[in-house]
Design a protein. Structure first.
Length: 89
């Protein structure tokens, strides 16, 4: 039996640089709420591909859209952090 072997070097050799860094994993974790809310909205929209929207579907889509907006707002607020101003109210 003849063995078939590659005559060329591997195109993308395995290295330690292929794993995501801790900073990249933290960024993904920070955006996970937004991603999950967008998946929920997408699921609600996919249901409507093969049938007309009912009143229930409209409420589901509005609710999912509001969750996306709230998740994006919360993510943006986490990125900015608390604002410290010189004026005390």
């Amino acid at each position: 039996m003849k063995h078939i072997i590659a005559l060329q070097d591997v195109v993308t050799p395995w290295s330690d640089g292929l794993e995501p860094s801790d900073a990249e994993l933290n960024a993904i974790e920070a955006e996970m709420d937004v991603v999950l809310a967008e998946v929920e909205l997408l699921d609600a929209l996919i249901v409507l591909l093969d049938r007309p929207a009912s009143e229930f579907d409209g409420r589901r889509i509005r609710r999912a859209h509001h969750r996306v907006l709230a998740a994006r707002r919360d993510a943006a607020n986490r990125m900015v952090g608390p604002q410290v101003s010189g004026d005390a109210a």
